[in-house]
Design a protein around this ligand. Structure first.
Ligand SMILES: *[C@@H]1O[C@H](CO)[C@@H](O)[C@H](O)[C@H]1NC(C)=O
Ligand SMILES: *[C@@H]1O[C@H](CO)[C@@H](O)[C@H](O)[C@H]1NC(C)=O
Ligand SMILES: *[C@@H]1O[C@H](CO)[C@@H](O)[C@H](O)[C@H]1NC(C)=O
Ligand SMILES: *[C@@H]1O[C@H](CO)[C@@H](O)[C@H](O)[C@H]1NC(C)=O
Length: 415
């Protein structure tokens, strides 16, 4: 009996989180929200994205959605001057969100942090990298510990992300679906990158905060996170596509480390006008031509094209094109090297199943696999029915048409 009491007190001792928070701005909501969104931010050498990130969080949410969330920002830099600066910036930009308890800024003084220097260099990481990632784990631990009771669910973001429109409602729907499946889940992922767009249940947060704290100096946080998920017996990641969050910056907060990772699955909020898509190139497997026209991560993929081959989009309703964007290739491969972009009018049936246009005019050439033009209506002010990409030289490489995006008048697209 004596021994077990001893053990118990030892356990609660090591799991006791000794931390006091400094509230920099805003105040805690009085009732639990659906979602607590956690963001940790430190000063960066160059571009700051925190204000833009918060703008994205709030502007992509409806009034109703904002009422269901609280955004907790841990200003995790030890430089007091910078903390004051960024706090004022946020107060200037988000007075009503702070007022309505939708946003609050906190800080944890350095004295509550465990040692951050002179740590062992696991994975042979340079020591400043070890310090950076170890502090980051503690930052997250404290942020999560603080946020634990504020929402039914907790969403981890970073301080440089774009959010998709109405992300909260989309998350809500996925959570509902997932919960109705009665299988265990610990983490739902709404982006496949690092530590953004990861969703947890509030009930798991005290354990997660302690877990990050206990192993803070061992490995980067994204590795710890996948171990945490395993420990809670979720063996496979659950990733939803399209992604709801995308990185803004190319410079990560760790100085000198370029963060070129962009989530290619990010949901883009556009939709092209209704149309039929035809091609006489040889489609590879199920990478049909229309996938170049519809938003999402699927694309059109074809065997090497010959001179004269085409990809033709025939609009359901004629419209005035104002912008056209065409992107081919993937990671520098399968680019369409030589092609003309054309628009056409007077839709006709060319066969039982196929349509095209009677006349076409060229609007430009693909360059380096890409075509982009704005203000098209200033040059070609007629209602067009077709958009055609016409190959002007055969090539040995296959082609991928990743994306075609247009804007038209009258607006046939709904955001
Ligand atoms: C909590 O942390 C503070 C600041 O480091 C320290 O002064 C205090 O003794 C700690 N309390 C416990 C119970 O560890
Ligand atoms: C596709 O159509 C164009 C124009 O009709 C033609 O020049 C080209 O040879 C066709 N390609 C194939 C593979 O049929
Ligand atoms: C073209 O074909 C569609 C059916 O595919 C038909 O409804 C339409 O009348 C045809 N138009 C012309 C001009 O033949
Ligand atoms: C294009 O069509 C719309 C209606 O669909 C019409 O209001 C507009 O005048 C047309 N524009 C031109 C340049 O023909």
């Amino acid at each position: 009996q004596f021994v077990s009491r001893q053990l118990q007190s030892e356990w609660s001792g090591s799991l006791y989180m000794n931390v006091s928070y400094q509230l920099l701005s805003g105040s805690q909501p009085t009732t639990q929200r659906f979602l607590a969104v956690g963001i940790s931010s430190v000063r960066r050498q160059k571009d700051q994205y925190l204000v833009a990130t918060l703008q994205s969080v709030f502007s992509q949410s409806s009034e109703e959605e904002r009422e269901q969330m609280v955004v907790v920002v841990l200003i995790a830099d030890f430089d007091e001057q910078w903390r004051r600066f960024i706090t004022e910036e946020i107060q200037k930009n988000f007075p009503s969100e702070l007022e309505r308890r939708q946003l609050l800024l906190i800080h944890v003084p350095k004295k509550y942090y465990p040692p951050l220097t002179g740590l062992k260099r696991n994975y042979n990481d340079p020591s400043d990298r070890v310090t950076f990632r170890s502090k980051q784990n503690v930052d997250y631990s404290y942020l999560i510990h603080y946020s634990a009771a504020l929402g039914q669910y907790y969403l981890q973001l970073e301080d440089d992300v774009h959010c998709a429109k109405n992300f909260l409602s989309k998350i809500q729907k996925h959570v509902k679906d997932q919960n109705s499946k009665k299988t265990t889940w610990a983490t739902l992922e709404f982006s496949s990158l690092g530590y953004i767009g990861k969703l947890y249940k509030s009930a798991d947060l005290p354990a997660l905060a302690r877990f990050l704290f206990l192993f803070y100096k061992e490995m980067p946080c994204d590795w710890l996170l996948s171990r945490f998920r395993d420990l809670l017996t979720q063996t496979q990641p659950i990733i939803f596509r399209p992604s709801l969050f995308q990185h803004m910056g190319t410079l990560s907060s760790f100085r000198g480390t370029y963060n070129h990772l962009k989530d290619k699955d990010f949901e883009e909020t556009y939709s092209n006008p209704e149309a039929s898509v035809f091609t006489n190139m040889t489609v590879y497997q199920k990478h049909f031509a229309h996938l170049s026209w519809t938003a999402g991560d699927d694309f059109f993929w074809a065997l090497p094209p010959a001179n004269g081959d085409h990809l033709t989009i025939v609009l359901k309703n004629p419209a005035l094109f104002t912008e056209i964007l065409v992107e081919t290739g993937n990671g520098g491969k399968d680019i369409l090297k030589s092609a003309e972009v054309e628009i056409g009018k007077d839709a006709i049936n060319t066969s039982k199943e196929e349509k095209s246009c009677k006349v076409f005019v060229s609007v430009g050439k693909m360059e380096k696999g890409k075509f982009e033009m704005q203000g098209l209506d200033k040059v070609h002010s007629f209602n067009a029915s077709c958009l055609r990409i016409r190959v002007t030289a055969g090539q040995l490489d296959w082609i991928i048409v990743k994306k075609i995006r247009v804007s038209t008048k009258p607006e046939s697209s709904t955001l």
